[in-house]
Ligand binder design. Sequence first.
Ligand code: UDP
Length: 499
Amino acid sequence: MEGTTKPHLVLIPWQGSISHIIPMTDIGILLASHGAAVTIITTPANAPVVQSRVDDRATPPRGGVGITVTAIPFPGAEAGLPEGRERLDLLRSPADVPRFFAANKRFGEAVARHCLGGASMPPCRPTCIVAGMCHSWALGLARELGVPCYIFHGFGAFALLCIEHLFKHRPHEAVASPDEPFDVPVLPSFECRVSRRQLPPHFSPSTSMGGGPLQEIRDFDVAVDGVVVNTFEELEHGSAALLAAATGRKVLAVGPVSLSHSPSLDPETMSEDARRCMAWLDTKASRSVAYVSFGSAGCMPPAQVMQLGMALVSCPWPVLWVVKGADSLPDDVNKWLRENTDDADGVADTKCLVVRGWAPQVAILAHPAVGGFLTHCGWGSTLEAVAAGMPMATWPLFAEQFINERLIVDVLGVGVSVGVTKPTENILSASKTDGSKAEAEAEVGMEQVMKALERLMDQGAEAEERRRKAQELKAKAKGALEEGGSSYVNLENLIQSFV
Ligand code: UDP
């Protein structure tokens, strides 16, 4: 790209979740490595997450073009939020969710002032804006600047295709009960059977965020110039192309974006939790460990934590278990964790290591000791597992995760379903007035967890076939981002379209 004007892409990750900030930062790193100038705009509390990933990137950008991380204050206080609540996982009550969305609108006004410039400020003019799914205000800004606007949902192409089908054909409205499975026939050779209860929040607007933001997200999605997806064309059986055909928009598969990084294993910079995980894994035999994690904020009711925990401590495999929200678990559950697992706070010496903080997931999945991943099917985790060639046991919690489960188990053949039928309540799906009534009962018993782990970690033909398929996908994932690969070409084409 020497001698030509370098396009300037402004990326504005949805700050609601760290799982949106991580892949959008990685997309910025990839775009910069293809020679674009990149600015990532976020809020002050989230800027260090972005900056540390940028500093940690595996390959320096070609052509000496860098990435600027810009923090713009999040007007939470003006919307009635306590100081520093700049992500949804930092909110304490469902009543704060509408305030968070109101603050996000004001944040959009501040971002617009920054991009357009003012009396005392030079403008930060982009060639293109790539905005997180809830930043519907970005479209007006892009139009004012006269530049294209792309959306990043954080979902895979198959899930986006299913969502498009649900909006257009509304099969969920034809079933009598919320638990009756119906087919979302988006891929010719596969069934995708889900129930109404398992659909993303777009189709159950009586949530703490309300129907307003959900409708805005849909309107934004329909009006943008294109969709950037963290996937690769070889993975989802043509879903990206089918989505482009169904929507008439450009759909750019640019992943797996986690491969923009080689996980940092420098003991100087690793967190204490990360050091514990990696040192523990180093003592374990090849493919012997089950890794268990439910994403950046996935929590379960205490009774469910206990059933899961009892399975994990009594199964024959060493287990690395990431527990989020442990501080809000009742004392008896915390006491049980301390006494039955290798919890940092505890004294036990067992084969189940519990991490209450942030686990270095990509490094864990790449460790030779790990043989299977019990996952909540968040798209980031799913694609990281695919990129690592790791078979999965699937335990979806909410959002589009039940659809991802169908992809992992039925379409890709790299997963075993735990058999969860009902979503787990979270701050977004909680009712507006009372978020404290999380289901007290555990839907999944200890035996059911054990059965799924047995199938996942087994050495028999069925499990070996899943491992073979997972390794095949790993090779394709790597190839997609290598020079000439599908995601590489899509990134290059995106940048070239602005030159
Ligand atoms: N993650 C991590 N350590 C943790 C928890 C999560 O590195 O302790 C990362 C994980 O690697 C992934 C993201 O957080 O990149 C979670 O994203 P995903 O879409 O799977 O789930 P969500 O957090 O949106 O439920």
